[in-house]
Ligand binder design. Structure first.
Ligand code: NAP
Length: 285
């Protein structure tokens, strides 16, 4: 069976949602509340610089006050924790994000634990992850949250569907599986030790791929008519951004598919903005 996949346009959906947020922020400002986001960036990692710039631009478009704090690679863990404390106490900022990865001498877990869970707009704090797993989330990791918004927008029914998530990171795979479960999908999590991965994936009505290996998932992994979500962001030899899914060969088999770029990425940033606004409203209730 040949099914021609509908391209899920994450960029277009992100623009639509950001327009709605812009209107909401304008109203909040009239009532005296300006949502604020601070991004802490350590070192010179070039990918991180791009992500932070894109977040800053999105915030500016929407009207969120955004500040990027840059620290040298040599900042100590104690100094970074003190900076987080400073922003935890600053009422101007409702969202705090520490751009990952951090240099090796800084314990990422300690840093994530130091962020006030009420300002943890990335949703990585164990308290927020715990609340998500217990079924009453407040802050949700932005990438899987954005994917759920895509399913909703494209009217993709998840109930009773077989969903396979490849990748089990705390920021993508695990929360994605939880959110799919909460939408009543039957969820299987796959990872590097999974046996017969392609055969397992061919059982999936919904396939979410978050591995970090360019064009790893070929058409042999995909059941005709499946929905394929590609989280991966990889550079090929030519330096071009590519996903984990071989889009050209998978798109004709899938019913829906996200491209890279222009799929999951713009939605991740959008949900970060969304959670900053929600956090501002909660903190000023
Ligand atoms: P990660 O922490 O490195 O986790 C990768 C996962 O993939 C691990 O669970 C690993 O299994 C699994 N894996 C690796 N090789 C595999 C294989 N051959 N077969 C099956 N599973 C395999 O990565 P991440 O942070 O979740 O990110 C995944 C990808 O998404 C990266 O390309 C990243 O850049 C991208 N990303 C994109 C966005 C966005 O906004 N678009 C946001 C976040 C991440 P083990 O656990 O067994 O090692």
């Amino acid at each position: 069976m040949l099914v021609l996949g509908v391209n899920i346009d994450g960029k277009q959906l992100a623009n639509l949602l950001q327009e709605q947020m812009k209107e909401e922020v304008a109203l909040l400002k009239e009532s005296g509340l300006t949502p604020g986001l601070v991004v802490l960036l350590v070192g010179e990692d070039s990918a991180s610089q791009v992500y932070v710039r894109n977040k800053d631009l999105a915030a500016a478009r929407i009207g969120i006050v955004s500040k990027v704090e840059r620290y040298p690679e040599t900042i100590t863990e104690a100094e970074l924790l003190a900076e987080i404390d400073k922003y935890n106490a600053d009422p101007q900022f409702h969202g705090i994000l520490v751009q990952l990865p951090l240099p090796k001498h800084i314990d990422e877990n300690k840093v994530l634990l130091a962020i006030d869970p009420n300002k943890d707009v990335d949703g990585f704090h164990p308290l927020n992850l715990g609340a998500l797993f217990a079924g009453h989330p407040t802050m949700i990791p932005c990438t899987p949250y954005g994917i759920i918004k895509m399913f909703e927008h494209y009217d993709i029914d998840l109930e009773g569907k077989n969903a396979v998530v490849i990748g089990r990171s705390n920021i993508v795979g695990k929360p994605m599986a939880q959110l799919l479960l909460q939408k009543n999908a039957t969820v299987t999590m796959a990872h590097s030790k999974t046996k017969n991965l392609a055969a397992l994936c061919r059982q999936a009505d919904i396939l979410v791929v978050a591995i970090g290996r360019g064009h790893f998932v070929t058409k042999d992994f995909v059941k005709p008519g499946a929905v394929v979500i590609d989280v991966g962001m990889n550079r090929n030899e030519a330096g071009k951004l590519i996903g984990d899914v071989a889009y050209d060969e998978v798109a004709p088999v899938a019913s829906y598919i996200t491209p890279v770029p222009g799929g999951v990425g713009p939605m991740t940033i959008t949900m970060l903005m969304y959670q900053t606004i929600e956090s501002a409203k909660r903190l000023h209730r």
